[in-house]
Design a protein around this ligand. Structure first.
Ligand SMILES: Cc1ncc(COP(=O)(O)O)c(C=O)c1O
Length: 392
Protein backbone atom coordinates (compact mmCIF):
# COMPACT_ATOMS: atom_id res chain seq x y z
CA UNK A 1 0.00 0.00 0.00
CA UNK A 2 1.29 3.45 -0.81
CA UNK A 3 1.32 5.85 2.10
CA UNK A 4 2.34 9.48 2.33
CA UNK A 5 5.63 8.30 3.75
CA UNK A 6 6.52 5.84 0.98
CA UNK A 7 5.57 8.32 -1.71
CA UNK A 8 7.28 11.37 -0.29
CA UNK A 9 10.20 10.22 1.84
CA UNK A 10 13.52 9.25 0.36
CA UNK A 11 14.73 5.76 1.29
CA UNK A 12 17.50 7.10 3.53
CA UNK A 13 15.03 8.89 5.77
CA UNK A 14 12.67 5.92 5.93
CA UNK A 15 15.38 3.93 7.67
CA UNK A 16 15.24 6.30 10.59
CA UNK A 17 11.56 5.67 11.14
CA UNK A 18 12.07 2.38 12.75
CA UNK A 19 10.84 0.84 15.96
CA UNK A 20 12.93 -1.55 18.05
CA UNK A 21 12.71 -5.09 16.69
CA UNK A 22 12.88 -6.76 20.10
CA UNK A 23 9.50 -6.77 21.86
CA UNK A 24 11.24 -6.02 25.20
CA UNK A 25 12.58 -2.73 23.92
CA UNK A 26 9.43 -1.42 22.30
CA UNK A 27 7.60 1.38 24.11
CA UNK A 28 3.85 1.47 24.25
CA UNK A 29 1.34 3.80 25.84
CA UNK A 30 -1.73 2.97 27.87
CA UNK A 31 -4.66 5.32 27.81
CA UNK A 32 -5.32 6.76 31.22
CA UNK A 33 -8.85 7.36 32.30
CA UNK A 34 -10.00 8.66 35.64
CA UNK A 35 -7.69 8.97 38.55
CA UNK A 36 -9.03 8.86 42.07
CA UNK A 37 -6.59 9.07 44.98
CA UNK A 38 -4.49 5.95 44.66
CA UNK A 39 -6.50 4.36 41.83
CA UNK A 40 -5.92 4.89 38.15
CA UNK A 41 -7.70 3.54 35.12
CA UNK A 42 -5.28 2.34 32.40
CA UNK A 43 -6.69 1.01 29.13
CA UNK A 44 -9.98 0.64 30.96
CA UNK A 45 -8.59 -1.41 33.89
CA UNK A 46 -8.72 0.20 37.31
CA UNK A 47 -5.53 -0.40 39.24
CA UNK A 48 -3.79 0.80 42.37
CA UNK A 49 -1.27 3.30 41.18
CA UNK A 50 2.30 2.59 42.25
CA UNK A 51 3.96 4.41 39.38
CA UNK A 52 3.08 8.07 39.70
CA UNK A 53 5.43 10.90 40.69
CA UNK A 54 2.53 12.73 42.35
CA UNK A 55 4.12 11.85 45.69
CA UNK A 56 1.88 13.98 47.90
CA UNK A 57 -1.33 13.48 45.93
CA UNK A 58 -1.51 17.22 45.25
CA UNK A 59 -2.51 16.80 41.59
CA UNK A 60 -6.02 15.93 42.83
CA UNK A 61 -6.17 18.11 45.93
CA UNK A 62 -9.41 20.09 46.04
CA UNK A 63 -7.70 23.37 46.92
CA UNK A 64 -5.17 22.93 44.13
CA UNK A 65 -7.96 22.21 41.63
CA UNK A 66 -9.85 25.32 42.81
CA UNK A 67 -6.72 27.43 42.40
CA UNK A 68 -6.46 26.23 38.79
CA UNK A 69 -10.06 27.16 38.01
CA UNK A 70 -9.78 30.59 39.59
CA UNK A 71 -6.52 31.40 37.81
CA UNK A 72 -7.98 30.28 34.46
CA UNK A 73 -10.89 32.64 34.86
CA UNK A 74 -8.58 35.54 35.80
CA UNK A 75 -5.57 35.08 33.54
CA UNK A 76 -6.85 32.73 30.83
CA UNK A 77 -5.84 29.14 30.20
CA UNK A 78 -2.63 29.78 28.28
CA UNK A 79 0.02 32.43 28.95
CA UNK A 80 -0.26 33.66 25.37
CA UNK A 81 3.37 34.74 25.06
CA UNK A 82 6.90 34.28 26.30
CA UNK A 83 7.61 35.59 29.82
CA UNK A 84 9.66 38.39 28.24
CA UNK A 85 6.68 39.59 26.19
CA UNK A 86 3.37 39.40 28.12
CA UNK A 87 3.40 35.86 29.50
CA UNK A 88 4.77 36.71 32.95
CA UNK A 89 1.78 37.22 35.24
CA UNK A 90 1.37 38.18 38.90
CA UNK A 91 0.96 34.45 39.59
CA UNK A 92 4.36 33.65 38.05
CA UNK A 93 5.93 36.41 40.10
CA UNK A 94 4.28 35.13 43.31
CA UNK A 95 5.34 31.56 42.52
CA UNK A 96 8.95 32.57 41.92
CA UNK A 97 9.04 34.48 45.20
CA UNK A 98 7.52 31.53 47.07
CA UNK A 99 9.99 29.09 45.48
CA UNK A 100 12.94 31.33 46.36
CA UNK A 101 11.75 31.56 49.97
CA UNK A 102 11.03 27.83 50.20
CA UNK A 103 14.40 26.78 48.79
CA UNK A 104 16.37 29.46 50.66
CA UNK A 105 17.69 31.00 47.44
CA UNK A 106 17.85 34.67 46.34
CA UNK A 107 15.48 34.10 43.43
CA UNK A 108 13.86 31.53 41.21
CA UNK A 109 13.00 31.51 37.53
CA UNK A 110 10.00 29.45 36.41
CA UNK A 111 10.26 27.54 33.11
CA UNK A 112 7.45 25.71 31.35
CA UNK A 113 8.98 22.35 32.32
CA UNK A 114 11.84 20.94 34.33
CA UNK A 115 13.32 19.58 31.09
CA UNK A 116 13.43 23.06 29.60
CA UNK A 117 14.82 24.48 32.87
CA UNK A 118 17.78 22.12 32.60
CA UNK A 119 18.30 22.79 28.89
CA UNK A 120 18.08 26.55 29.37
CA UNK A 121 20.29 26.69 32.42
CA UNK A 122 23.19 24.58 31.17
CA UNK A 123 23.26 26.02 27.65
CA UNK A 124 23.20 29.58 29.03
CA UNK A 125 26.05 28.91 31.44
CA UNK A 126 28.49 26.69 29.57
CA UNK A 127 30.58 27.70 26.59
CA UNK A 128 32.16 25.37 24.04
CA UNK A 129 35.53 25.90 25.66
CA UNK A 130 34.23 24.83 29.10
CA UNK A 131 34.21 21.37 30.60
CA UNK A 132 31.19 19.92 32.39
CA UNK A 133 31.59 17.06 34.84
CA UNK A 134 28.44 15.03 35.45
CA UNK A 135 27.06 11.83 36.90
CA UNK A 136 26.90 9.07 34.29
CA UNK A 137 23.27 8.31 35.16
CA UNK A 138 21.96 11.86 35.18
CA UNK A 139 18.46 12.41 33.77
CA UNK A 140 18.12 12.66 29.99
CA UNK A 141 17.36 16.39 30.22
CA UNK A 142 20.73 17.01 31.87
CA UNK A 143 22.60 14.78 29.42
CA UNK A 144 20.86 16.47 26.48
CA UNK A 145 21.60 19.93 27.89
CA UNK A 146 25.30 19.17 28.09
CA UNK A 147 25.30 17.86 24.50
CA UNK A 148 23.45 20.94 23.29
CA UNK A 149 25.86 23.29 25.07
CA UNK A 150 28.74 21.92 23.00
CA UNK A 151 30.95 21.93 26.09
CA UNK A 152 33.51 19.23 26.69
CA UNK A 153 31.87 16.47 28.75
CA UNK A 154 33.30 14.19 31.42
CA UNK A 155 31.11 11.60 33.15
CA UNK A 156 31.92 9.99 36.47
CA UNK A 157 30.67 6.61 37.67
CA UNK A 158 27.19 6.85 39.16
CA UNK A 159 27.13 8.59 42.57
CA UNK A 160 30.83 7.83 42.92
CA UNK A 161 32.48 10.78 44.60
CA UNK A 162 35.98 9.32 44.25
CA UNK A 163 35.58 8.97 40.51
CA UNK A 164 34.27 12.54 40.34
CA UNK A 165 37.35 13.71 42.26
CA UNK A 166 39.60 11.74 39.89
CA UNK A 167 38.07 13.46 36.86
CA UNK A 168 37.88 16.94 38.39
CA UNK A 169 40.23 19.55 36.93
CA UNK A 170 40.53 23.31 36.99
CA UNK A 171 38.86 23.65 33.58
CA UNK A 172 35.59 22.17 34.92
CA UNK A 173 33.07 25.02 34.96
CA UNK A 174 30.00 23.03 36.01
CA UNK A 175 29.53 19.94 38.15
CA UNK A 176 26.05 18.50 37.55
CA UNK A 177 24.14 15.90 39.52
CA UNK A 178 20.63 14.87 40.37
CA UNK A 179 19.67 15.02 44.06
CA UNK A 180 17.44 11.93 44.26
CA UNK A 181 18.08 9.86 41.13
CA UNK A 182 14.89 9.38 39.16
CA UNK A 183 15.31 5.73 38.24
CA UNK A 184 17.14 4.48 41.32
CA UNK A 185 15.73 6.60 44.14
CA UNK A 186 19.25 6.83 45.59
CA UNK A 187 20.83 10.09 46.69
CA UNK A 188 23.91 11.83 45.31
CA UNK A 189 26.94 12.28 47.62
CA UNK A 190 26.02 15.95 47.63
CA UNK A 191 28.20 17.14 50.55
CA UNK A 192 31.32 15.66 49.03
CA UNK A 193 30.43 17.04 45.59
CA UNK A 194 29.89 20.50 47.09
CA UNK A 195 33.34 20.41 48.68
CA UNK A 196 34.90 19.16 45.45
CA UNK A 197 33.24 21.89 43.38
CA UNK A 198 34.22 24.57 45.88
CA UNK A 199 37.86 23.44 46.06
CA UNK A 200 38.15 23.53 42.25
CA UNK A 201 36.20 26.70 41.50
CA UNK A 202 33.38 24.82 39.70
CA UNK A 203 29.70 25.69 39.95
CA UNK A 204 27.59 22.89 41.44
CA UNK A 205 24.16 22.30 39.93
CA UNK A 206 21.70 19.91 41.58
CA UNK A 207 18.51 18.77 39.88
CA UNK A 208 16.34 17.65 42.79
CA UNK A 209 13.16 16.93 40.86
CA UNK A 210 12.44 13.86 43.02
CA UNK A 211 13.74 15.09 46.37
CA UNK A 212 11.72 18.29 46.68
CA UNK A 213 8.53 17.68 48.62
CA UNK A 214 9.86 14.31 49.81
CA UNK A 215 13.12 14.67 51.74
CA UNK A 216 14.28 17.25 54.28
CA UNK A 217 12.43 18.29 57.41
CA UNK A 218 10.10 20.64 55.50
CA UNK A 219 10.23 18.86 52.16
CA UNK A 220 13.06 21.09 50.94
CA UNK A 221 14.71 18.04 49.37
CA UNK A 222 18.21 16.66 49.38
CA UNK A 223 19.79 20.05 50.06
CA UNK A 224 17.65 20.73 53.11
CA UNK A 225 18.37 17.17 54.26
CA UNK A 226 22.12 17.78 53.95
CA UNK A 227 21.86 21.34 55.33
CA UNK A 228 23.47 22.82 52.21
CA UNK A 229 22.59 26.38 51.26
CA UNK A 230 23.05 28.54 48.21
CA UNK A 231 26.69 29.15 49.10
CA UNK A 232 27.50 25.46 48.76
CA UNK A 233 25.10 24.55 45.95
CA UNK A 234 24.48 27.69 43.91
CA UNK A 235 22.16 26.14 41.31
CA UNK A 236 19.08 24.19 42.29
CA UNK A 237 16.71 22.87 39.64
CA UNK A 238 13.29 21.57 40.53
CA UNK A 239 10.14 20.55 38.79
CA UNK A 240 6.57 21.50 39.61
CA UNK A 241 5.30 18.28 38.06
CA UNK A 242 6.16 15.71 40.71
CA UNK A 243 5.53 16.31 44.46
CA UNK A 244 3.84 19.62 43.65
CA UNK A 245 1.42 17.80 41.38
CA UNK A 246 1.29 20.49 38.67
CA UNK A 247 3.54 21.12 35.66
CA UNK A 248 6.55 23.31 34.98
CA UNK A 249 10.06 23.65 36.33
CA UNK A 250 12.30 26.18 38.02
CA UNK A 251 15.91 27.11 38.61
CA UNK A 252 16.78 28.84 41.89
CA UNK A 253 20.01 30.55 42.91
CA UNK A 254 21.89 33.81 43.45
CA UNK A 255 20.65 37.09 41.89
CA UNK A 256 23.49 37.43 39.39
CA UNK A 257 23.15 33.90 38.05
CA UNK A 258 19.38 34.14 37.75
CA UNK A 259 19.66 37.45 35.92
CA UNK A 260 22.11 35.78 33.52
CA UNK A 261 19.54 33.02 32.87
CA UNK A 262 16.79 35.58 32.35
CA UNK A 263 18.94 37.19 29.65
CA UNK A 264 20.44 34.12 27.98
CA UNK A 265 18.41 30.95 28.65
CA UNK A 266 16.89 30.33 25.24
CA UNK A 267 14.23 27.95 26.59
CA UNK A 268 13.03 30.83 28.75
CA UNK A 269 13.09 33.53 26.08
CA UNK A 270 11.72 31.55 23.17
CA UNK A 271 9.11 29.43 24.93
CA UNK A 272 5.57 30.41 25.87
CA UNK A 273 5.45 30.97 29.62
CA UNK A 274 4.04 28.26 31.87
CA UNK A 275 0.21 28.35 31.72
CA UNK A 276 -0.94 30.67 34.55
CA UNK A 277 -3.39 28.10 36.01
CA UNK A 278 -0.49 25.65 36.40
CA UNK A 279 1.60 28.33 38.10
CA UNK A 280 -1.36 28.92 40.45
CA UNK A 281 -1.64 25.17 41.13
CA UNK A 282 2.07 24.89 41.96
CA UNK A 283 1.81 27.93 44.25
CA UNK A 284 -1.16 26.41 46.07
CA UNK A 285 0.70 23.08 46.44
CA UNK A 286 3.73 24.84 47.85
CA UNK A 287 1.52 26.60 50.39
CA UNK A 288 -0.08 23.26 51.31
CA UNK A 289 3.32 21.66 51.74
CA UNK A 290 4.22 24.41 54.20
CA UNK A 291 0.90 24.68 56.04
CA UNK A 292 -0.22 21.02 56.13
CA UNK A 293 2.75 18.86 57.13
CA UNK A 294 0.48 15.81 57.40
CA UNK A 295 0.85 15.08 53.66
CA UNK A 296 4.62 14.76 54.00
CA UNK A 297 4.23 12.76 57.21
CA UNK A 298 1.89 10.29 55.50
CA UNK A 299 4.30 9.87 52.60
CA UNK A 300 7.21 9.28 54.98
CA UNK A 301 5.14 6.77 56.95
CA UNK A 302 4.38 4.89 53.73
CA UNK A 303 8.03 4.82 52.63
CA UNK A 304 9.08 3.43 56.03
CA UNK A 305 6.27 0.89 56.02
CA UNK A 306 7.10 -0.29 52.48
CA UNK A 307 10.79 -0.68 53.37
CA UNK A 308 10.01 -2.62 56.51
CA UNK A 309 7.66 -5.04 54.70
CA UNK A 310 9.91 -5.46 51.64
CA UNK A 311 12.90 -6.23 53.84
CA UNK A 312 10.92 -8.90 55.68
CA UNK A 313 10.14 -10.58 52.35
CA UNK A 314 13.80 -10.12 51.24
CA UNK A 315 12.71 -8.44 48.03
CA UNK A 316 15.65 -7.17 45.93
CA UNK A 317 15.43 -3.53 47.01
CA UNK A 318 17.85 -0.97 45.65
CA UNK A 319 19.35 1.42 48.22
CA UNK A 320 16.80 4.21 48.60
CA UNK A 321 15.04 6.17 51.31
CA UNK A 322 13.06 8.30 48.87
CA UNK A 323 9.58 7.77 47.42
CA UNK A 324 11.15 5.85 44.52
CA UNK A 325 11.68 2.24 45.59
CA UNK A 326 12.89 0.18 42.64
CA UNK A 327 13.23 -3.59 42.73
CA UNK A 328 16.13 -4.80 40.65
CA UNK A 329 15.13 -7.52 38.18
CA UNK A 330 17.93 -7.63 35.60
CA UNK A 331 16.46 -8.72 32.29
CA UNK A 332 14.03 -6.43 30.50
CA UNK A 333 11.80 -9.38 29.58
CA UNK A 334 11.51 -10.43 33.23
CA UNK A 335 10.72 -6.89 34.39
CA UNK A 336 7.99 -6.64 31.74
CA UNK A 337 6.56 -10.02 32.73
CA UNK A 338 6.33 -9.05 36.41
CA UNK A 339 4.80 -5.71 35.55
CA UNK A 340 2.17 -7.59 33.50
CA UNK A 341 1.53 -10.05 36.37
CA UNK A 342 1.07 -7.12 38.73
CA UNK A 343 -1.31 -5.47 36.31
CA UNK A 344 -3.42 -8.63 36.22
CA UNK A 345 -3.61 -8.48 40.02
CA UNK A 346 -4.68 -4.85 39.97
CA UNK A 347 -1.39 -2.95 40.48
CA UNK A 348 0.15 -0.41 38.12
CA UNK A 349 3.95 -0.66 38.47
CA UNK A 350 6.18 0.31 35.57
CA UNK A 351 9.03 -1.80 34.21
CA UNK A 352 12.03 0.42 33.50
CA UNK A 353 14.33 -0.95 30.81
CA UNK A 354 17.46 0.02 28.86
CA UNK A 355 18.26 2.53 27.47
CA UNK A 356 16.60 4.41 30.38
CA UNK A 357 18.72 2.32 32.76
CA UNK A 358 22.00 0.46 32.05
CA UNK A 359 21.89 -2.92 30.30
CA UNK A 360 21.14 -5.78 32.70
CA UNK A 361 19.58 -3.55 35.34
CA UNK A 362 15.93 -3.50 34.30
CA UNK A 363 13.77 -2.86 37.31
CA UNK A 364 10.29 -2.35 38.65
CA UNK A 365 10.03 1.29 39.61
CA UNK A 366 7.64 1.39 42.55
CA UNK A 367 6.70 4.85 43.71
CA UNK A 368 4.94 5.60 46.96
CA UNK A 369 2.52 8.38 47.67
CA UNK A 370 0.83 9.97 50.65
CA UNK A 371 -2.46 8.55 49.32
CA UNK A 372 -1.54 4.87 49.67
CA UNK A 373 -2.90 2.88 52.59
CA UNK A 374 -0.91 0.28 54.53
CA UNK A 375 -3.37 -2.35 53.31
CA UNK A 376 -2.51 -1.53 49.68
CA UNK A 377 1.20 -1.73 50.43
CA UNK A 378 0.67 -5.09 52.20
CA UNK A 379 -1.17 -6.45 49.18
CA UNK A 380 1.51 -5.26 46.75
CA UNK A 381 4.27 -6.83 48.82
CA UNK A 382 2.28 -10.05 49.09
CA UNK A 383 1.91 -10.27 45.31
CA UNK A 384 5.58 -9.39 44.74
CA UNK A 385 6.58 -12.05 47.24
CA UNK A 386 4.92 -14.72 45.11
CA UNK A 387 6.73 -13.75 41.90
CA UNK A 388 9.27 -16.43 41.06
CA UNK A 389 10.92 -14.11 38.51
CA UNK A 390 11.72 -11.61 41.22
CA UNK A 391 13.17 -13.96 43.75
CA UNK A 392 15.37 -16.13 41.54
C1 LIG B 1 15.59 14.29 37.46
C2 LIG B 1 14.63 14.91 36.52
N1 LIG B 1 14.90 16.13 36.03
C3 LIG B 1 14.06 16.75 35.20
C4 LIG B 1 12.89 16.15 34.79
C5 LIG B 1 11.99 16.85 33.83
O1 LIG B 1 11.00 17.50 34.52
P1 LIG B 1 9.62 17.86 33.80
O2 LIG B 1 8.82 16.62 33.78
O3 LIG B 1 9.06 18.94 34.65
O4 LIG B 1 9.97 18.32 32.43
C6 LIG B 1 12.54 14.90 35.27
C7 LIG B 1 11.27 14.28 34.87
O5 LIG B 1 11.04 13.21 34.61
C8 LIG B 1 13.44 14.25 36.15
O6 LIG B 1 13.18 13.03 36.61
Amino acid sequence: MQTWATVNRPEALMKDWRVPREADARRIRQVRGDICNDHVSLDGHTQINFCSNDYLGFSQNVQVCEAIAEAASRYGVGAGASPLITGYTEIHEALEEALARFTGRDCALVFSSGYLGNLGCITALAERTDTILEDRLNHASLLDAVSLSGANRKRYAHADFEDAARLMSTDVALLVTEGVFSMGGDIAPIRELAELAHANGALLMCDDAHGLGVLGEHGGGVLEDAALGQGEVPLLVGTLSKALGAQGGFVAGPHGLMEHLLQYARTYTYDTALAPPLAAAALESLQLLESEPEHLERLRGNIDYFLQCAQQKTLPLMPSRSAIQPLLVGKASAALAISQQLREKGFAVSAIRPPTVPEGSARLRITLSACHTHAQIDKLIEVLGTSDKLLT
